[in-house]
Design a protein around this ligand. Structure first.
Ligand code: MRU
Length: 342
């Protein structure tokens, strides 16, 4: 699989995923040389997708540490906190930064040795998340039969995660097993991660796909066998935050009795949130809705509501596919169990 980010001697080489970044027709790689540039790239969605921003945040901290003339624990903690605030909804970012903080606070080595330890931890996080994506693919693939028609939202493949991704990783694995699939890709307004990024990945993988606009869900659902989506944060009761539009997809899938599965590594589970109501939802700039293809499609001052994520209640979720197995409702006990064994 190609990679969306690569650590190269104190810098991150990334494939720009922002709406004006070149994908899908003119892919463009850029170099991030400082942790401030990493934060900016995360905020501007040049790097995106929950597992990938976790890895990028960890590398951002390692890059900062390596560049400091005199690293101190206090300075590193301040930078870590700054990075973890880049985007609020995907828990993978705080999860990865917390692992880095553990190295900073618990290692009994002089502060000058911390940069190398932090780089090693970032590399471990990346390698472990990659392994999880392979396991998730293998565990989820049996849900797809030959000729299955599957619907998905946003982008959950190698652009969103180290390895093969989550929901898209399940699709890649089933395809590799020889199953014929048809993937319906929701375009995913306002930033079109489905139309731009998922369609790009599926085209490269030669998996048949059809892009539909978000308001076509109801019309196509009677032709769908399975819905697979990613997650930015899963609360203790299974309520799941994911890209805006996931809730509508889940409601329509429920109406048509189409199984609806969330696919995510255990790093996306947040046991500190009892229900989805406690998950912070990122609200983004109105211009993301007002402007399309550099043209205002609304009056320039149109009032806009632009939450980047919504919460799908556990009652609409048939199961959660993780690297440790598929969890079925009721979710709380199983989520506590698999997270405990982390
Ligand atoms: O705003 P984005 O593009 O970062 O949102 C991404 C999603 O909502 C994905 O579905 C989620 O992060 C899972 S990615 C494997």
């Amino acid at each position: 699989m190609p990679r969306a980010i690569r650590y190269l001697q104190g810098q991150l080489l990334i494939l720009d995923q922002s709406i004006d970044g070149g994908l899908p027709n003119n892919p463009r790689y850029i170099r991030l040389k400082t942790y401030k540039e990493v934060i900016r790239a995360i905020k501007e969605l040049k790097i995106r997708g929950a597992p990938l921003i976790g890895v990028a945040g960890a590398y951002g901290l390692a890059i900062a540490a390596l560049s400091l003339k005199k690293p101190t624990v206090e300075k590193l903690i301040t930078i870590a906190r700054e990075i973890s605030r880049a985007r609020p909804t995907a828990v993978n970012l705080t999860w990865a930064i917390n692992r880095m903080l553990k190295i900073i606070c618990d290692s009994k080595v002089p502060a000058s040795k911390l940069p190398q330890l932090l780089l090693k931890e970032a590399q471990d996080i990346e390698a472990q998340e990659e392994k999880k994506s392979i396991l998730i693919g293998e565990i989820g693939a049996p849900l797809l039969k030959d000729n299955s028609r599957v619907i998905t939202i946003c982008n959950t493949g190698w652009l969103a995660s180290p390895g093969i991704g989550t929901a898209l990783g399940v699709i890649y694995t089933a395809h590799r097993q020889g199953k014929k699939l048809q993937v319906y890709v929701l375009e995913t307004r306002p930033l079109l991660q489905g139309a731009r990024l998922t369609a790009y990945e599926l085209k490269q993988a030669k998996i048949p796909y059809t892009v539909i606009t978000d308001n076509m869900i109801g019309t196509v659902m009677n032709q769908i066998d399975l819905a697979l989506v990613g997650a930015d944060r899963i609360a203790r009761n299974g309520d799941t935050a994911n890209k805006i539009g996931t809730l509508s997809l889940a409601i329509v899938a429920h109406y048509y009795k189409v199984p609806f599965f969330v696919v995510a590594p255990t790093s996306s589970i947040d046991l500190t949130k009892k229900t989805g109501k406690e998950i912070p939802i990122e609200h983004r700039a109105p211009t993301e809705v007002r402007i399309l293809n550099n043209i205002y499609i609304t009056p320039k001052d149109a009032a806009v509501y632009n939450p980047a994520f919504d919460i799908t209640p556990n009652s609409l979720i048939s199961g959660i596919i993780t690297e440790k197995g598929i969890i079925r409702p009721p979710f709380t006990k199983s989520l506590l169990k698999i997270k405990d064994a982390d």
